[in-house]
Design a protein around this ligand. Structure first.
Ligand SMILES: *Cc1c(COP(=O)(O)O)cnc(C)c1O
Length: 397
């Protein structure tokens, strides 16, 4: 059993704050500040360039990849960390589409995160006019998987509504039709159990600054299944994905397995923060997280529906059909969220009218949920959202 009081104590949550936005940026693990400081002052400061050899810096992308791999059901040695998620989407897609050379269509859905779709568009602009990105409604993805499709690019949990795809069923259907799958786990890793090996996924990508709590700008990860690891080419063929970077050959030769998905110099300071966050995950069972996240989110939904008139649930009502977040539509959602934040409950807003709340059992409990519902009730019934300062849109919503 996961000890949630121990995980809660491992995070710095400012006094008076209830944090329901760990689905956008996880909070600070208390050990991260010290770890980052050690890497800066002792490793960088004292070891200088020798740090790459002496301090294990060069192995960090694979070492951290394996620790994340455990949380997403990946085989050891098949996940590597680096770059941003958008970059990793591009690499996975570029590699996947080359594995299906007779097909031309990338299938995704209208609930996907825009950057994933923009990356697909960018790739297609390089591949040529006979390639196509086909978008269907999330509930129509299964029917749209046909022999015409080269690659599916699906984010398991919808960033706005929290709607969760049936990853096992879609992967099975894709395999039966010769379609290569790319799964985006941005809102899955650290939120729900994922079994990449069990479902037979081909590629997966995700970020580490959301539920994994790696810090702002923490690097992304990419998984390539053992079936493809020695065949898939990264498209962004950087020197650190080369078989022998320090031979400085003039031609590219892909490195072993998923390590070829490395591009350039890894951000060691940022990775140190991620490593501290992953220490907390070592004692955590994702099924425990899932059970508790369902309890907390169900409690929240029931409280909001009982006390906050005008808010309409935008997420699936059945918790089995959701990830670890819940959204409500509200006409004055942006201002209401600003008022809520000003009163110590932090969620976020997604256009046009969604108030979004993430549930991370590592640092939230029932009392937090009840207090958050009570504050939201005050914001709505006392019309705190009418205050002019809450109406002004900021750059990040
Ligand atoms: C958060 C998120 C991103 C963000 O990509 P970055 O390159 O890390 O900024 C991309 N895709 C999905 C599905 C996301 O949820």
């Amino acid at each position: 059993m996961t000890d949630f009081s121990a995980t809660r104590a491992a995070f710095h949550i400012p006094d008076g704050v209830i944090y329901l936005d760990g689905n956008s940026l996880g909070p600070l693990p208390k050990t991260a500040a010290r770890r980052v400081s050690e890497v800066v002052t002792q490793e960088w400061g004292d070891h200088l360039i020798k740090g790459w050899n002496d301090c294990g810096w060069m192995d960090m992308p694979m070492r951290l990849g394996d620790r994340i791999g455990r949380l997403i059901g990946a085989e050891p040695g098949h996940v590597v960390v680096g770059d941003t998620l958008s970059i990793k989407v591009f690499q996975a897609l570029a590699a996947a589409i080359k594995l299906n050379p007779d097909r031309r269509v990338i299938l995704s859905d209208t609930g996907n995160f825009p950057s994933d779709l923009y990356m697909a568009e960018g790739l297609i602009s390089l591949l040529g006019p006979d390639y196509d990105l086909r978008l269907v409604a999330p509930e129509d993805v299964s029917a749209a998987i046909t022999e015409e499709i080269a690659v599916t690019l699906i984010t398991e949990v919808d960033y706005r509504t929290g709607r969760k795809h049936d990853m096992a069923a879609l992967t099975k259907k894709a395999r039966a039709h010769g379609v290569v799958t790319v799964w985006d786990l941005a809102h899955s890793a650290g939120a729900i159990p994922v079994d990449l090996r069990g479902v037979g996924a081909d590629f997966a990508v995700g970020c580490t600054y959301k539920y994994l709590n790696g810090g702002p700008g923490a690097p992304a990860f990419i998984y390539v299944s053992p079936d493809h690891a020695e065949k898939a080419l990264p498209a962004l063929s950087g020197w650190l994905g080369h078989d022998s970077p320090f031979a400085f050959d003039l031609g590219y030769r892909a490195g072993a397995g998923v390590s070829r998905m490395r591009v350039g110099t890894p951000p060691i300071v940022q990775m140190a923060a991620l490593e501290a966050a992953l220490d907390i995950w070592d004692g955590v069972d994702l099924q425990d997280v899932r059970n508790r996240s369902i309890d907390l989110s169900e409690r929240f939904v029931a409280g909001v529906e009982a006390h906050c008139p005008g808010l309409v649930l935008a997420s699936p009502r059945d918790p089995a059909q959701r990830g670890s977040q819940v959204s409500f539509r509200f006409e004055h959602g942006y201002a209401a969220m600003q008022a809520l934040i000003a009163n110590g409950v932090i969620g976020d807003f997604r256009a046009p009218d969604m108030m979004r709340f993430g549930f991370a059992p590592l640092y939230l409990d029932e009392d937090d949920i009840d207090a958050a519902v009570d504050t939201l009730r005050r914001v709505i019934t006392d019309r705190l959202w009418e205050t002019p300062e809450f109406q002004r849109k900021k750059a990040v919503t």
